[in-house]
Design a protein around this ligand. Sequence first.
Ligand code: FA5
Ligand code: MG
Length: 391
Amino acid sequence: LRSATVEQSSSSTTSNYADPSRYLLDHPNNNVPPHIAALVGKGLHLKPNHPIGIIRSKIQQYFASLPHNYAVYDAEDPIVTTTQCFDDLRIPPEHPGRSPSDTYYITDTTLLRTHTSAHQSEHLRSGKSDAFLCAGDVYRRDEIDSSHYPAFHQLEGVRLFPQEEMVGAHGLTGEEWTSSPECQVIASHLKETLEGLMDHLFGETEKRWSEDYFPFTTPSYELEIKYEGEWLEVLGCGVIHEEVLSMSDRADRRGWAFGLGLERLAMILFEIPDIRLFWTEDDRFTSQFSEGKITKFVSYSKYPPVYKDIAFWIPETFVENDFFELARGIAGDIVEKMELIDEFTNPKKGKTSKCYRITYRSMDRSLTNEEIDVLQEELRARVEDLGVEVR
Ligand code: FA5
Ligand code: MG
């Protein structure tokens, strides 16, 4: 009842998004499994006492401290169209990110957004603001380990500059535009703004820029920060491609955009070792965090893992993500990690065999070998549906 009346009028509620039937349509292109549908609408980024919510407000606070005014959107529908998520961003039809092996489709033309950039064009087109932030949950069929989960959160930022500041570059496109001083000014402004954000979050920290590629920005960059001796990619960004602006009727503007991963930042800031923890409702996790405070996570006892290997001959059409998802569908979050430990091709048969090691571990109890054997047996039986031959 509540959902019928309240949702339509308020932009700050996401509760109707938590209805799994929105995502589990009976449509030939639908590839959303129930365990993914169950995650949508949790609104972790809107929870004031959750690390993802705390970091989102800290980022918004930084932008609010800048002289320019940024509009804030953080409750948009996670179902978007292929036009919003891809076409408006110049992502071509054959791009691997659009394939059903990487993306959760609801129908042939609607999907769970794979990035918050899916909302860029509509906000540009609305013309309401020359600067905005947009945060939300995003979904990707992906590998499984301590820093990859099929659902995570991104925060997008866009800043446009008025025509008067771009006079020298008016009408320029392609190489002529990207090599103009105006384009350089925007790229520098982008980098300075994001370096300021990192200092706001981490204090002094080691960071490095590299070139990147996105169809919707050029030039494009990624930013990595040093965490426990390793470089960790935290965001992608760039100068908005002029065609993205003209398709949104904003050809008179130029500007920058970025998209950052909230889990990556939160794992570093709160010292949270496993991405699955963000989704737990165990109060040994949730009770540790409070609004506005960056505190170090204190691990509660880790239960021992159970390892199981599975080897099979693969058909040419084998899609690894289908296998990962099958395991998550059977065993849920106790699948901590799936890694390829051996692969070889039999030259006579021309067939390839893969062997994966699965790490099963629960966050809140000890697993028995017997219960894992049951799950592993089910996996061995159902993996044959993927056309493999279990060895
Ligand atoms: C994008 O998603 C672009 N939309 C970013 C962008 C926006 C570029 C605007 C230019 C302009 P990418 O796929 O690299 O890019 O993801 C952005 C960030 O999301 C990454 O830097 C990382 O911090 C985070 N991220 C990506 N995949 C995962 C994952 N599986 N788990 C956790 N975080 C992830
Ligand atoms: Mg990237």
